[in-house]
Design a binder for this molecule. Structure first.
Ligand code: ATP
Length: 237
């Protein structure tokens, strides 16, 4: 029987030489939830997500994903999760369809051509699906990135600032899509953000990180009530 948590992190530490990027954090993420990791630059959000994903090895600590120890049992879970992160760039010369085909094969997606058609329709990619990835607008790239992250219909989705540099309408559209995906697939989503309004609208729970540590962990309502805008900025510094 698998653990009821989608993610369990216990006493995670990640040092880069002497930098304590993540400094002894612990949390559990319930299945089916959307959780925001909120924090300023250098708070440790990206590192936390990369370690959970198995892209970066922890210095110490215990990580369980969908009931399996990471990174030792990553082969058991990698196909059931997916992520969107600046750690991985898509080749710019290839078309959107070629990019999605590569990622689909990586995840051994069945009926891949049909899955790509489905995503093209859901995410409105049809107009540029045969255009080179390098020739897309920021909003189009975001939709392609989302298609890539959803190609294997992951149970667990990790996102690093999914709406950074998008206009407000496109950002709202992305959030709506993530909520729909969570509902239709009973999926768990963990995302890094430094946008309080974003996590308030999208998330069930907010974990605030500061200098590699967890500063607070609560519902968006409670977090909003506890910190006015000014103090939230203080928290980030
Ligand atoms: P941002 O919002 O700026 O992306 P973040 O909360 O995602 O910030 P991280 O990227 O996890 O923060 O960085 C945490 C700390 O670790 C920072 O001090 C950063 O400089 C350092 N760091 C991150 N990656 C590396 C690396 N590969 N080598 C050395 N130091 C790193």
């Amino acid at each position: 029987q698998e653990s009821s948590a989608a993610i369990e992190v216990a006493h995670l530490i990640k040092l880069y030489k002497t930098t304590r990027a993540v400094d002894d954090i612990s949390f559990r993420i319930a299945r089916g939830s959307i959780t925001g990791l909120l924090g300023g630059n250098g708070a440790g959000k990206t590192t936390t997500i990369a370690v959970i994903m198995g892209l970066v090895l922890p210095t110490s600590g215990r990580i369980q994903v969908l009931g399996h120890a990471m990174p030792d049992e990553s082969a058991e879970v990698l196909g059931r999760m997916n992520f969107e992160s600046p750690y991985v760039d898509m080749p710019m010369r290839l078309t959107v369809r070629q990019n999605l085909t590569i990622f689909g094969r990586l995840y051994a997606v069945e009926n891949l051509a049909d899955r790509i058609e489905q995503l093209a329709s859901d995410l409105d990619l049809k107009d540029f699906i045969d255009r080179a990835n390098g020739k897309l607008s920021a909003g189009q790239k975001t939709r392609v990135a989302l298609a890539k992250a959803l190609i294997n219909q992951p149970e667990l989705l990790l996102l690093d600032e999914p709406t950074a540099s998008l206009d407000p309408d496109t950002a709202d559209w992305v959030r709506q899509h993530l909520q729909d995906y969570r509902r239709t697939h009973d999926a768990t989503i963990l995302l890094a953000s430094h946008n309080m309004l974003e996590v308030e609208r999208l998330c069930d729970r907010v974990i605030i990180m500061k200098r590699g540590r967890i500063e607070d962990d609560d519902s968006p309502d409670q977090i909003m009530a506890r910190y006015n805008r000014t103090t939230l900025e203080d928290v980030f510094l």
